[in-house]
Design a binder for this molecule. Structure first.
Ligand code: HEC
Ligand code: HEC
Ligand code: HEC
Ligand code: HEC
Ligand code: HEC
Ligand code: HEC
Ligand code: HEC
Ligand code: HEC
Ligand code: HEC
Ligand code: HEC
Length: 330
C-alpha cells in the first residue's frame, strides 16, 4: 500500500458539500480539543485569507506537476512522517493538512498577493518570523521556550534551515546525518572533528546535539547543561568527583585542557605536557621546567623530567582520592 493511500489521502481533488461539512467539523473539533497547541489561522470570514475547501487535495491538484515547485514525490514522504499522522489530532494532517504549516490558501491559486507561507526550498521565502510562527504555533512548548533566548533565533534562522518537513525522516534528527546540516554554516567544526583525536562524531556515534542544545540554552555556547562541566559529566561521570584532592582547573572548566571538538594531541588536549601544565605552573615545589633536577626528592636528575612528561609522575591529573594524593601522583 502506498504511503499516500495508507494515510487516507484521496487522489482526486474533487470535493463535495459533505466534504466541506466534514472538514469544518474536523477543524472545529481539532481547535476545541487543542487550542493550546495548534496552528490557528483566521477562519473563513473577513478577518484574513480563506482556507481552501478541499484541503490537501486542492494543493496537490496543482502541486503534482513536476514543473511547479512540486512536492508530489516528497509529499508521500511527508505523510509517512509524524506530521502525516491523520489519527492524531495534534498533527497537521489531523488538522488543516498543508495549511497547518503553509497557512491559509487565500487567493494563492489565482496568483494573488495573500500569499501562503513559503519555507524557502526554492529561492523565494516568506519572512522568517512568519515561517517560524507557523511551526511554533504547535511547538511553542518546549521548543519555543529555548528558542526565543537562543543564539540561532538572534541570528534570524528559520526552523526550516535545519528541519525538513517533506521527508519521512528529518535528517537533522539522526546522528549520521545531523552534522551535514550543521556544517552548512559551521565549516570550522567540520575540520575540528576530523582531527586525529576527537569525539566519535565523524563516525555518527555522537552528534552536535550530544553536547549542544540546537534550539538554544542559558549556557554560553548553547550547551545542553547549565555549565560546560555538567555537560561533560553527562558521559564522563567518573570525572565529577568529589575528590579528596581536587585539581582546581578540572572542577572549573574541562576546556582549560581539552578541545571538545578535537585536537592533534592525544586525549584531545589543547597542548601537550609539559607545555600544557606550564601554562599555569612555573616554579612549583620543583621547577616545572623539565631540564633540571633541583627541588626533586634527593635532588636527583630524572629521566621523566628530562622527557618533559609531568604525567609520568602526576598521573591523577583529574583529582585523587588516595591518602597521599595531594600531588596527584596516585
Ligand atoms: C491553482 C493551482 C495552485 C493551487 C490550488 C495551489 N498552488 Fe501553490 N503554487 C502554484 C504556483 C503556480 C506556484 C508558483 C508561484 C511562483 O513561482 O511564483 C505556487 C507556489 C507555491 C509555494 C511557493 C513555492 C515557491 O518556491 O515559491 C508554496 C509553498 C505553495 N505553492 C503551496 C501551496 C499550498 C499549501 C496549496 C494548498 C493550500 C497550494 N499551493 C495551492 C499553484 C497552486
Ligand atoms: C498542527 C501542529 C503542527 C505544526 C504546524 C507543526 N508541527 Fe511539528 N509536530 C507536530 C506533532 C503533533 C508532532 C509529533 C509529536 C509527537 O509525536 O510527540 C510533531 C513533530 C515534529 C518533529 C519531530 C519529528 C520526529 O520525527 O520525531 C519535528 C522536528 C517538528 N515537528 C518540526 C516542525 C517544524 C519545523 C514545523 C514548521 C515547518 C512544524 N513542526 C509544524 C505538530 C505540528
Ligand atoms: C540549528 C538547527 C535547528 C533549528 C534552527 C531548529 N531546530 Fe528543531 N531540532 C534540531 C535538532 C538537532 C533536534 C534534535 C534534538 C536532539 O537530538 O536533542 C531538533 C528537534 C526538534 C523537535 C523534536 C524534539 C523536541 O525537541 O521536541 C521539534 C518539535 C523541533 N526541533 C522544532 C523546531 C522548531 C519549531 C524550530 C524553529 C522555531 C526549530 N526546531 C529550529 C535542530 C534545529
Ligand atoms: C509540517 C509542516 C508542513 C506541512 C504539513 C506541509 N509542508 Fe510543505 N513545506 C514545509 C517546509 C518546512 C518546506 C521546506 C522544504 C522541506 O522542508 O522539505 C516545505 C516546502 C514546500 C514547497 C516548496 C516551497 C517552499 O515552501 O519551500 C511546497 C510547494 C510545499 N511545501 C507544498 C506543500 C503541500 C502541497 C502540502 C500538503 C500536501 C504541504 N506542503 C505540507 C512544511 C510543511
Ligand atoms: C543556516 C545557518 C546555520 C545552521 C544550519 C546552523 N547554525 Fe549554528 N549558528 C549559526 C550562526 C550564524 C551562529 C552565530 C555565529 C557563530 O557563532 O558562528 C551560530 C551559532 C551556533 C552556536 C554558538 C551559540 C552561542 O551561544 O554562542 C552553536 C553551539 C551552534 N550554532 C550549533 C549548531 C548546531 C549544533 C547546528 C546543527 C544542528 C547548527 N548550529 C546549524 C548558523 C547556523
Ligand atoms: C563533546 C561535546 C561537544 C560536541 C560533540 C560538539 N561541541 Fe560544539 N562546543 C562544545 C563546547 C564545550 C564549546 C565551548 C562553549 C563555550 O563557549 O564555553 C563548543 C562551542 C561551539 C561553538 C561556538 C564557537 C566555538 O567554537 O567556540 C559552535 C559554533 C559549535 N560548538 C558547533 C558545534 C557543531 C557544529 C558540532 C557538531 C559537528 C559540535 N559543536 C559538537 C562542545 C561540543
Ligand atoms: C554524549 C556523551 C559525551 C559527552 C557529553 C562528552 N563526551 Fe567525551 N567522550 C565520549 C565518548 C563516546 C568518547 C570516546 C571514547 C572512545 O573513543 O572510546 C569520549 C572521549 C573523550 C576524551 C578522549 C579520551 C581518550 O582516551 O582519548 C576526552 C578528553 C573527552 N571525551 C572529554 C570530554 C569533554 C571535555 C566533554 C565536555 C565538553 C565531553 N567529553 C563530553 C562521550 C561524551
Ligand atoms: C589540568 C588539565 C586537565 C583538565 C582541566 C581536565 N583534564 Fe582530562 N585529561 C588531562 C590529561 C593530561 C589527560 C591525559 C591523561 C593521560 O594521558 O594519562 C586527560 C585525559 C582525559 C580523558 C581520557 C582518559 C581518562 O582519564 O579517562 C577524559 C575522558 C578526560 N580527560 C575528561 C576530562 C573532563 C570531563 C574534564 C572536566 C571535568 C577534564 N578532563 C579536565 C588533563 C585535564
Ligand atoms: C589552567 C591552569 C592549570 C593547568 C593547565 C594545570 N594546573 Fe595544576 N594546578 C592549578 C591550580 C590553580 C592548582 C591549585 C594550586 C594551589 O592550590 O596552590 C593546581 C594544583 C596542582 C598540583 C597540586 C599542587 C598541590 O600541592 O596542591 C599538581 C601536582 C598539579 N597542579 C599538576 C599539574 C599538572 C601535571 C598539569 C598538566 C597536566 C597541570 N597541573 C595543569 C592550575 C593548573
Ligand atoms: C619524576 C617525577 C615528577 C615529574 C616528572 C614531575 N613532577 Fe611534579 N612533583 C613530583 C614530586 C615528587 C612532587 C612533590 C614534591 C614535594 O613534595 O616537595 C611534585 C610536586 C609538584 C607540584 C606541587 C608543588 C608544590 O608546591 O607542592 C606541582 C605543581 C608539580 N609537581 C608540577 C609538575 C609539572 C608541571 C611537571 C611537568 C613539567 C612535573 N611536576 C613533573 C614529581 C614529579
Amino acid at each position: 500500500m502506498s504511503a499516500m493511500a495508507k494515510a487516507g489521502l484521496p487522489t482526486s481533488a474533487k470535493f463535495t458539500p459533505i466534504d466541506v461539512v466534514r472538514r469544518g467539523l474536523k477543524i472545529s473539533l481539532a481547535l476545541a480539543m487543542l487550542c493550546m497547541a495548534s496552528a490557528v489561522w483566521p477562519q473563513d470570514d473577513d478577518s484574513g485569507p480563506a482556507l481552501s475547501r478541499g484541503g490537501a487535495d486542492t494543493c496537490i491538484n496543482c502541486h503534482r506537476d513536476e514543473k511547479l515547485p512540486g512536492v508530489e514525490g516528497r509529499l508521500q514522504r511527508l505523510v509517512a512522517s509524524p506530521h502525516g499522522e491523520r489519527g492524531d489530532p495534534r498533527t497537521p494532517f489531523g488538522q488543516l493538512e498543508c495549511e497547518s504549516c503553509h497557512g491559509p490558501q487565500g487567493d494563492h491559486p489565482r496568483g494573488g498577493k495573500e500569499t501562503i507561507i513559503d519555507f524557502g526550498a526554492n529561492d523565494t521565502a516568506s519572512p522568517v518570523d512568519e515561517q517560524n510562527a507557523a511551526c511554533l504555533g504547535c511547538h511553542e512548548n518546549p521548543v519555543g521556550n529555548d528558542w526565543h533566548a537562543g543564539e540561532h533565533a538572534a541570528q534570524d534562522l528559520s526552523c526550516a534551515s535545519c528541519h525538513r518537513a517533506h521527508l519521512a525522516r528529518d535528517p537533522v534528527l539522526a546522528s549520521e546525518t545531523q552534522t551535514e546540516v550543521c556544517y552548512q554554516c559551521h565549516q570550522r567544526q567540520r575540520g575540528q572533528v576530523q582531527k586525529p583525536y576527537a569525539h566519535p562524531v565523524r563516525f555518527g556515534r555522537m552528534d552536535c546535539s550530544s553536547c549542544h542544545a540546537p534550539h538554544g540554552s542559558a549556557t554560553e555556547g548553547s550547551l545542553r547543561r547549565l555549565t560546560l562541566n555538567e555537560t561533560c559529566y553527562e558521559c564522563h561521570a567518573e570525572k565529577r568527583g568529589p575528590f579528596a584532592f581536587e585539581h582546581q582547573p578540572v572542577t572549573e572548566d574541562c576546556s582549560l585542557c581539552h578541545a571538545p571538538h578535537g585536537s592533534n594531541h592525544p586525549a584531545m588536549l589543547t597542548r601537550r605536557a609539559p607545555l600544557l601544565c606550564q601554562q599555569c605552573h612555573s616554579q612549583a615545589g620543583h621547577p616545572s621546567l623539565s631540564l633540571t633536577s633541583s627541588g626533586l626528592p634527593n635532588d636527583s636528575p630524572s629521566g621523566f623530567l628530562l622527557g618533559g612528561s609531568c604525567l609520568n609522575c602526576h598521573a591523577q591529573v583529574h583529582g585523587s582520592n588516595h591518602p597521599s594524593g595531594i600531588t596527584q601522583m596516585r
